[in-house]
Design a protein around this ligand. Structure first.
Ligand code: UD1
Length: 418
């Protein structure tokens, strides 16, 4: 088991370079098996989720060559075997193999995906989409068998603009016969990235990034090369840390537009931002104004940034509110922030934060990935030592977090304990 120790209260100065997007990478790797030739993906983040997906590729006898920040995937000797629970439960995104294998082989056998426990997280919309394309779904316990004689394009309306369902249906539809239209599709940048990747292979997808995506099925997908977009959630997390400790902190290699909602809220609070073409530089101010946020699908305020943002709200003067609308259980970081000294009350899906409060280091737990990011932001802000347990959650999504923060002056280390 690993713990993270942070000596807080230090100013952070310098540049943090943002890695490739986790949520794009975890869809691109399964999507790569759709090629009939070879796919090269670069700017891949070195996170444990990437490794878990490469392990699934190896299980399927796909040739995987890893080099620094890139992966070459060749599925020419691939076998469509069952994806066992020990593989699928390591991460949420294992579910993208459902759409990809169904698209390629018209059959997939795999277990329910894992991932952070932030709510019920059903996959009913993914399955309904596959059924609309002509597949049947059998389900015994945690195991799913999805199969079709033939996949046929269909008009699919998503009841919720789900990121996972949009991408998964797209993966199955690229090799279906005829035209598929996904309405009320999710519009996140990661969806555009996956559509661009598939189009580079020869797929015919239009409208990605809008709420209507059209896919004309094709028979053959060729060789392709793709560069992963910068991680907007990693960028947002470090931008929040910049507002808490930056003097100044530059967050580099980002697409600022992808974190517009966060940057606007930070400006509203009085955070000093210098926004460039591919960076934002932040200098901590002595006083911030309280502000309210409500999570929403893209381009709204990202639910993944809600947890680290709470830490900034604890340092603002007055009463701030955060309303979580995407997941039922995404306030698990709050009890630990309270232990650090924050004044927060939760009622239903809204947390009310009264600040500013001094945070003092103590023992906390990263209950999920972004709760872990919140603990890091809090630990860097708090006086004294903060020890974070269940660090594995953080390492699923933040590449070289210790090195990146140490380079800008943080005192942070990961220790192995019994
Ligand atoms: C993805 C991201 C996650 C982010 C989330 C919302 C990945 C690997 N994860 O998760 O980091 O927090 O988008 O931006 O990219 N839902 C259903 N039925 C379904 C599918 C979803 O009810 O079949 C519900 C979910 O429970 C949730 C909401 O729809 O309440 C949104 O989920 P979705 O957009 O699918 O999120 P994920 O793809 O799981």
């Amino acid at each position: 088991m690993k713990i993270m120790e942070i000596e807080g209260g230090r100013e952070l100065t310098g540049t943090i370079r943002i890695s490739g997007a986790k949520n794009a990478t975890v869809a691109l790797i399964p999507a790569a098996i759709l090629t009939d030739e070879e796919a090269t993906i670069c700017n891949i983040p070195e996170i444990t989720d990437t490794e878990a997906l490469c392990d699934i590729l190896r299980l399927l006898n796909v040739d995987v060559k890893r080099a620094s920040e890139s992966v070459i995937i060749n599925p020419q000797n691939m076998r469509n075997v069952e994806i066992k629970e020990e593989y699928s439960k390591k991460l949420r995104a294992s579910y993208y193999f459902m759409g990809a294998l169904l698209g390629k082989y018209k059959k997939v056998e795999m277990y329910f995906p894992g991932g952070c426990s932030i709510g019920a997280r059903p996959i009913d919309l993914h399955l309904k989409g596959f059924e609309a394309l002509g597949a049947t779904v059998e389900n015994e316990g945690n195991k799913y068998i999805v199969a079709a004689e033939e996949l046929k394009g269909a008009n699919i309306y998503l009841d919720i603009a789900s990121v996972g369902a949009t991408i998964n249906i797209m993966l199955a539809a690229v090799r279906a016969k005829g035209k598929t239209v996904i309405d009320n599709a999710a519009k996140e940048p990661e969806i555009v990235s996956v559509a661009t990747f598939l189009n580079n292979m020869g797929a015919k997808i239009s409208g990605a990034g809008t709420s209507t995506i059209k896919i004309e099925g094709v028979k053959y997908l060729g060789k392709c090369f793709h560069e992963v977009i910068p991680d907007r959630i990693e960028a947002g997390t470090y931008a929040i840390i910049g507002a808490l400790c930056g003097n100044p902190l530059k967050i580099d290699n980002i697409i600022p537009e992808h974190i517009d909602a966060l940057l606007s809220k930070m400006e509203e609070m009085g955070v000093e931002l210098d926004i460039g073409a591919d960076y934002v530089t932040i200098t901590k101010q002595d006083k911030y104004k309280a502000t309210n946020i409500k999570t929403a699908v893209y381009p709204g305020f990202a639910t993944d940034l809600q947890q680290p943002f709470t830490v900034l709200q604890t340092q603002a003067t007055g009463k701030s509110k955060t309303t979580e609308t995407i997941y039922e259980n995404r306030f698990m970081h709050i009890p630990y922030l309270q232990e650090l000294g924050a004044n927060i009350e939760i009622k239903g899906q809204t947390a009310t934060i009264v600040g500013p409060t001094k945070l003092v280091g103590c023992e906390v737990v990263a209950t999920d990935l972004r709760a872990g990011a919140a603990m890091v932001a809090a630990g860097l802000t708090a006086e004294g030592k903060t020890t974070i347990h269940n660090v594995e959650h953080i390492l699923r999504g933040y590449e070289q977090i210790v090195e990146k923060l140490t380079n800008v002056g943080a005192k942070i280390e990961i220790k192995e304990i019994e």
